[in-house]
Design a protein around this ligand. Structure first.
Ligand SMILES: Nc1nc2c(ncn2[C@@H]2O[C@H](COP(=O)(O)OP(=O)(O)OP(=O)(O)O)[C@@H](O)[C@H]2O)c(=O)[nH]1
Ligand SMILES: [Mg+2]
Length: 257
């Protein structure tokens, strides 16, 4: 990871807050309203996977009343990672300078967006972090905290990335950073998608900064967290970590130039 020392960072362009949704009808109106109030200059893109509960239709109504709100309708549930990749592509195509990831369920508080954006003035990527001093979680069962902290620690050690909250999904990217991550090759989903992007940013030498956030457990709607998501993350992170170690050992072999 670069320390950013001495580097000059360009001005931030207009921000696009990308909110992936699957069955978030109870949350979408309030979360979009909170984003618009917290960062009035930013635009919002709801990336909905044809939610059966009508989230996409509610988002269309919000967009009809507000030309800073946009909706990307996708054909069916393809996972968080695919929704973000489509949202990033849409944002880059429409010339936004900053692309932000945020959940719809209120776990990520829009009121903290200005702090993320301030930090991005001196960074390539800002991660909202539960596990740095000042960061915290509210109303989370101990089992979820254990899983999240454990997942971050495992990823940090195995992948050698100096990040405390590597699975978090409240992030602000400069557009140029996203363009440098090789998104075409990203196949991971769920928590693993977040680990993958963070790992790519560190390996590419970008200046990545963690900003403490208060993460609030969802109050309304159902979780899309599943055992499959955890198993995928464990499997991929282990494969990446072992692959890198084997590569390093082979790279240092006597016959290799
Ligand atoms: N477009 C799209 N959005 C999704 C999909 N899966 C989850 N999401 C959204 O991604 C965000 C995070 O999902 P959550 O269900 O909150 O996952 P979580 O935060 O790990 O779990 P809980 O907060 O405990 O429910 C929410 O805004 C979801 O609606 C998906 O397949 N497609
Ligand atoms: Mg959530």
């Amino acid at each position: 990871m670069s320390d950013g020392g001495g580097r000059k960072f360009g001005p931030l362009g207009t921000a696009l807050v990308i909110i992936p949704t699957f069955n978030e009808a109870e949350n979408i109106t309030s979360i979009v309203g909170r984003v618009r109030a917290a960062v009035p200059a930013a635009h919002v893109l709801v990336a909905d996977d044809n939610s059966p509960d009508g989230t996409g239709k509610l988002a269309d109504e919000l967009a009809a009343d507000d030309d800073q709100v946009h909706v990307l309708h996708r054909t069916g549930k393809e996972g968080l990672g695919a929704a973000y990749l489509a949202g990033f592509a849409w944002g880059i195509e429409h010339d936004y300078g900053v692309l932000i990831e945020m959940d719809a369920d209120g776990s990520h508080q829009p009121e903290e967006l200005p702090r993320l954006l301030t930090a991005l003035k001196g960074a390539d990527l800002v991660l909202g972090s539960r596990w740095v001093p000042g960061g915290r979680v509210v109303n989370w069962p101990k089992s979820r905290e254990f899983l999240s902290r454990g997942g971050s620690t495992y990823s940090r050690l195995l992948l050698d990335v100096p990040i405390r909250d590597v699975t978090g999904g409240f992030r602000a990217f400069r557009r140029e950073t996203l363009e440098g991550l090789g998104l075409d090759e990203v196949a991971s989903q769920g928590y693993c998608f977040q680990v993958d992007l963070a790992r790519r940013a560190i390996k590419a030498g970008y200046h990545v900064v963690e900003v403490p956030i208060t993460f609030v457990e969802r109050e309304l709607g159902d979780s899309k967290m599943s055992k499959d998501i955890v198993v995928e993350a464990l499997w991929r992170v282990t494969t990446w970590g072992v692959g890198e170690r084997v590569g390093k050992v082979l790279g240092r072999g006597p016959d290799t130039p």
